[in-house]
Write a protein that binds this ligand. Structure first.
Ligand code: ZN
Length: 111
């Protein structure tokens, strides 16, 4: 992993220094950013920031998929066929979509 970018220094390291966290003379073995200490906890703010950002991106993507599935489900539910065989197929697809949505929703917000 690369060291902190300008953006990360501005968004992560600077505010941390201003917040009174202590900058240690040790560096993160992963990204080379200086390690910080706050409330007795030593951590790499850049790695934590990157981890958070990645999670947010994944959540946004799964949120998008769930939204599309929901739209499809509503469409299917509002156009149920009269023919029993067709209806059965229809309902099976709806069932699959609901199962998929459950899976995606379980992914969402996972820590
Ligand atoms: Zn790091």
């Amino acid at each position: 992993m690369r060291g902190p970018t300008d953006e990360e220094i501005r968004k992560v390291i600077m505010p941390l220094m201003l917040s009174g966290a202590k900058m240690l003379d040790r560096h993160c073995p992963k990204c080379g950013s200086p390690l910080f200490e706050k409330d007795g906890r030593v951590f790499c703010p850049v790695c934590e920031y990157r981890e958070r950002k990645k999670k947010t991106e994944i959540n946004q993507k799964t949120g998008e998929v769930v939204k599309r599935l929901e739209e499809k489900l509503i469409k299917l539910a509002s156009s149920l066929p009269d023919d029993v065989d067709e209806l059965e197929k229809h309902l099976k697809v709806m069932d699959l979509i609901i199962e998929l949505m459950k899976k995606y929703k379980a992914l969402e917000g996972r820590e």
